[in-house]
Design a protein around this ligand. Structure first.
Ligand SMILES: Cc1ncc(C[n+]2csc(CCOP(=O)(O)OP(=O)(O)O)c2C)c(N)n1
Ligand SMILES: [Mg+2]
Length: 1018
């Protein structure tokens, strides 16, 4: 049976061009195979077949213009057209919707029940009395009755039933008009009740000893280094507060990567690094000499100040010290792990991503800014541990409030599983004795500023200020000495509580978990630094403080050894070292450790890029369209296609990439539960659990974190991925520069595409969109290679080289490429064999005008402005008989990098024949001065000014952008062809190569207002 394949609904477009015909007569094709590629003036899209069969006739050819309904191909086919399955909306309701409906129904039921009350309040049989505090309570008897009822429920039916009833009461009160938020917080107590705590199987005694040694060695390292040279710095107080949190993970939970398991991924809090080195020292992975070289990284073998994979590439996995970046990167890491699993590229082994952060760090917008995504995407592979030592650098995090309660509310509101670890085991019996709830009340009312002072000022102070507030509480501790009171410990320092919390977090499914652990900053540092405001920067310990530290943790060192601040490592066969190693052996190996076993991705064949290297004839297109075309072609390469990760922060339609939605789908962890509003269209919004596109929504920081996760997948998951993050150029480095810096440290491999780039090229958007400096921002990252290509073949050459170097040769570099939205014709790649090399090195001779052989000028143009240069060269030739060389500069950054290296070599080898920079190789034997311009500020082209002895003048888009037509903008910024002509003539006059009257004439002819202020002043 013959079937006709017609042009489907392609949105608002009419008369779009067929740019590729992908089938021929007698081809056997399957359903969804692409048959043609159509291209509008904005995007290209492949049209899939809706049948399976053999091609009988092809009714279009390349260059034809088609609209909806146009016949493309006739097939001989047996199959039926694919009917889009009607989604069974009822079956696949989102969980949240289900809950909302259920809650609504339950409320109705409750209402009926309330109308005919049948509730039987069971009284407690036991004598046990529930005492009620009178203060703010207007009817204590009534309160008592309610509590007794609840107590009975708890006893008879358990906590879930009690919780259910409470929820019903809250819902009912909402319904009756109460709008108080009743469930944002739980009381200021541990989430896990003592009887529900999972007990640690570890040897507590040995673990305590090991922890003491790690604490000691971490502090000793910082103290020794600062004795040697006080300018080196370091931190003691942070790790001192977090030691137990790390130790429990290291001894019992965190599984390393090995040949059987992918490994958990741990984001260590940046300035707790000394603790990780101290443990690695005990494990025998780091020598005392290395410890002594902490923060001295210039000579090989030193230990980096903070976690920096760039500096310790076999040790650190994640750069975290710029606060806020660890949390957001870990969230997107957890999301990307699920993405790989859902796409079938990674085995689901139940690996976890743990992220440690400081309580002060939670003020960073990046720390909490993406927690909604973590809950929405049900990232139960993610565990945050917030070390709530109540202090940041200068002082308390929330002196007047309670950071743990605040964070609890925020995380609960976002849908996380929150585990509070506030009180240590010594409090358990006190809390059990607190029948009035007064102790919890007091815990709730004391603010963090007070809690900080309680730990700084000793047991008597706590007795007076904390327990002394209520006589009942004073009584509660009357049998305890001040020392006993002092020993009432905090949850984050109690290995039992921390173990129970970690265990519970590991069991949790369906939501991410945050553990809020209360600790003491500078724990164990005594008067020199425990819980005082200056703790953070404490890096020296006096002799008496060191002796105190030794005694506090029973470190087996003599006084003399303490005075010498010696490291302490028991022998290999000691119980401590054996235990430590056994723990890690059971958990599969060492942590942190960075490795990669990823296979390289073969560079695609030249065919894929062929179309980009041919002339587009009269067809005009933007480099963004070229990129999309190229990606479409790359999706046909079997090695590359599955590894591509297009990342878009809500701009796919801006960049003409909506065709990808249908073709490769948008990643959605729960698939698509709705019939898309545009389901009939070819660019319909298709969400899929196996979707390939990461459509991030409006979060450049999130998109950048996804890009980092994908671009480091080669080490974190041993599978190379090719992330391509496409953003508005202005919202790239300017917005997320610090993440780009971290990406460099992290050795991320991938492409950043600054689309709609250039200050005069993105016409109507104005000051906050028109980018004139991103190339300079990117130039500061040593392993970032940036390019500003003009023509399709340049872009294709750069992109192919990027694939080759990053993904085939596995070099630790990444690419920043700007693309534009200006449509123009693209010439074929010149046949000269040096062109490709020139494109990659940063410049090549695009055109030579040599007709008059009198006066010559060198015109260097980059990106969008190259075309103005080309046009200016024609005018100079025709109207002024000036010859010129037009150079296409694909990267001023690359030219400069090569030049500084060559210059350095020459200076260091004064006796050797100087090497020529690539710039000189291109320009030194040419005639005439240089005029350089780009769509970026003058500093961009000025980068190469010092490396040529020729007269050099640069032009660019200095000043704030504004919106207007491209023509007007280029005139305004003086980078249009007319200005280039006038300036070139002026330059030649200044160099005394021609009389000045030509320049004056041109200025007049082109109506150039010489009185207009420079754009930086406008
Ligand atoms: C983005 C950023 N801003 C500032 C700093 C400097 N800094 C390092 S640690 C610190 C205080 C950290 O306090 P907190 O997060 O509570 O961690 P703690 O040391 O108390 O565990 C500051 C301000 C930084 N590392 N990163
Ligand atoms: Mg803190």
């Amino acid at each position: 049976m013959n079937q006709q394949l017609l042009v489907p609904d392609i949105g608002d477009f009419e008369e779009v061009e067929v740019i590729e015909v992908l089938v021929k007569v007698s081809d056997k094709i399957k359903k969804n195979d692409s048959i043609v590629t159509l291209e509008s003036d904005k995007s290209s899209v492949e049209v899939p077949s809706t049948y399976e069969g053999t091609v009988e006739s092809v009714n279009v050819k390349v260059g034809d213009k088609v609209s909806k309904g146009h016949l493309l191909v006739t097939l001989n086919s047996e199959s039926q057209p694919e009917k889009k399955p009607k989604k069974n909306v009822e079956e696949k309701l989102p969980i949240d919707t289900e809950n909302i409906i259920k809650e609504a129904e339950d409320t109705l039921v409750l209402k009926n029940e309330v109308e005919k009350p049948k509730i039987e309040i069971k009284k407690k049989d036991k004598d046990e009395k529930i005492e009620v505090i009178k203060n703010a309570d207007i009817d204590p008897v009534e309160t008592k009755e309610w509590l007794e009822s609840l107590s009975a429920v708890l006893e008879k039916d358990g906590k879930n039933r009690a919780q259910y009833l409470i929820k019903q009461l809250i819902d009912y009160s909402y319904k009756e008009g109460s709008d108080l938020v009743l469930s944002r917080n739980t009381p200021y107590t541990n989430t896990i009740a003592p009887e529900d705590e999972k007990k640690s199987p570890g040897d507590q005694n040995l673990e305590r000893k090991i922890r003491a040694l790690i604490r000691w060695n971490a502090a000793a390292m910082v103290v020794r280094v600062n004795k040697k040279n006080p300018e080196l710095g370091g931190h003691i107080g942070t790790f001192a507060s977090a030691a137990t949190l790390y130790d429990i993970g290291m001894n019992h939970f965190w599984r390393a990567k090995n040949n059987k398991f992918g490994g958990d991924l741990i984001y260590f809090q940046g300035h707790s690094a000394p603790g990780m080195y101290a443990r690695a020292f005990l494990e025998g992975r780091i020598t005392p000499k290395q410890l002594d070289n902490f923060r001295q990284e210039v000579k090989p073998g030193g230990l980096s100040s903070y976690p920096h994979p760039w500096l310790m590439p076999k040790f650190w996995q994640f750069p975290t010290v710029s606060m806020g970046l660890g949390p957001i990167m870990s969230i997107y890491q957890a999301r990307f792990t699920k993405y790989l699993i859902n796409r079938g590229l990674l085995k689901d082994e139940g690996r976890k991503i743990w992220c440690f952060l400081g309580d002060g760090e939670t003020d960073e917008p990046e720390s909490l800014g993406a927690i909604g995504l973590a809950a929405r995407e049900k990232l139960d592979n993610l565990i945050f541990v917030v070390n709530c030592n109540l202090q940041r650098l200068d002082g308390p995090v929330r002196g007047n409030g309670k950071i743990i309660q605040e964070l609890e509310g925020i995380f609960r509101g976002a849908g996380w599983n929150v585990i509070k670890v506030i009180w240590g085991s010594y409090w358990d019996s006190l809390l059990a004795k607190d029948k009035t709830g007064l102790l919890v009340k007091r815990m709730n009312e004391a603010v963090d500023g007070e809690y900080q002072a309680f730990k700084a000022k000793g047991g008597a102070f706590v007795r007076e200020k904390f327990f002394g507030k209520y006589p009942e509480l004073s009584n509660l501790v009357s049998q305890m000495t001040d020392r006993d009171i002092w020993r009432l410990n905090r949850g984050g320092h109690d290995p039992h509580k921390v173990y129970a919390a970690y265990h519970s977090a590991m069991q949790n499914t369906g939501t991410p978990t945050v553990i809020l652990a209360k600790t003491i900053k500078g724990y164990g540092m005594g008067k020199s630094g425990e819980s005082i405001n200056t703790t953070h920067q404490q890096k020296k310990l006096e002799e008496k403080d060191l002796l105190y530290y030794r005694d506090r943790f029973d470190v087996p060192l003599t006084d003399q050894q303490v005075k010498n601040v010696e490291y302490y490592r028991p022998p290999d066969n000691s119980p401590e070292i054996k235990y430590l190693r056994e723990c890690r052996l059971k958990l599969g190996g060492n942590l942190p450790e960075r490795s990669s076993f990823a296979k390289s991705i073969k560079t695609p064949s030249e065919d894929i890029f062929k179309a980009m290297k041919e002339s587009t004839g009269t067809k005009e297109m933007s480099t963004t369209m070229v990129l999309v075309r190229m990606l479409t072609s790359l999706l046909r390469d079997k090695n590359v296609a599955p590894r591509l990760v297009p990342i878009i922060p809500d701009e796919a339609r801006t960049f003409g990439m909506e065709g990808f939605f249908q073709k490769i789908g948008i990643y959605a962890h729960e698939g698509q539960k709705y019939e898309p509003v545009d389901s009939e269209q070819l660019s319909s919004y298709r969400e899929d659990v196996k979707g390939q596109v990461l459509e991030e929504g409006i979060t450049e920081a999130g998109a950048m974190s996804s890009w980092i996760a994908a671009g480091t997948s080669y080490t974190n998951h041993d599978i190379s991925m090719i992330p391509i993050y496409i953003f508005y150029s202005m919202f790239g480095f300017q917005r997320t520069g610090d993440l780009a810096w971290a990406a460099g440290d992290n050795q991320t491999r991938g492409f950043l595409i600054g689309a709609t780039a250039g200050r005069t090229t993105l016409a109507g958007e104005g000051l906050q969109h028109g980018d004139g400096h991103s190339h300079l921002l990117s130039s500061v990252i040593p392993n970032c290679k940036s390019y500003d290509p003009t023509f399709a073949y340049e872009l294709a050459t750069i992109f192919k080289e990027g694939l080759r170097r990053m993904h085939d040769k596995q070099e630790n570099i990444f690419y920043y490429i700007t693309t534009m939205n200006e449509n123009y014709c693209h010439p074929a790649m010149p046949k000269n064999k040096f062109i490709a090399e020139g494109i990659l090195k940063g410049m090549y001779l695009f055109k030579e005008h040599n007709k008059f052989k009198k006066t010559k000028i060198q015109l260097l143009g980059s990106g969008a402005i190259l075309r103005e240069m080309i046009a200016a060269a024609e005018i100079l030739q025709k109207e002024y008989q000036i010859d010129s060389n037009v150079w296409s500069v694909t990267s001023f950054n690359e030219l400069r990098k090569e030049a500084i290296e060559t210059e350095r070599y020459n200076l260091l080898n004064p006796d050797k024949k100087p090497k020529k920079t690539y710039i000189e190789k291109c320009l030194s034997s040419t005639e005439g001065p240089i005029v350089a311009a780009s769509d970026y500020i003058r500093l961009n082209s000025d980068q190469i000014r010092p490396f040529t002895s020729k007269a050099f003048y640069s032009f660019g888009t200095d000043g704030y952008g504004r919106s207007d037509t491209r023509k007007n903008l280029r005139k305004f910024f003086e980078v249009d062809k007319e200005h280039i002509v006038a300036y070139s003539l002026s330059v030649l006059a200044k160099e005394q190569l021609i009389p000045s009257k030509y320049a004056k004439d041109a200025i007049k002819k082109y109506n150039i207002d010489t009185e207009k202020p420079i754009p930086t002043k406008l």
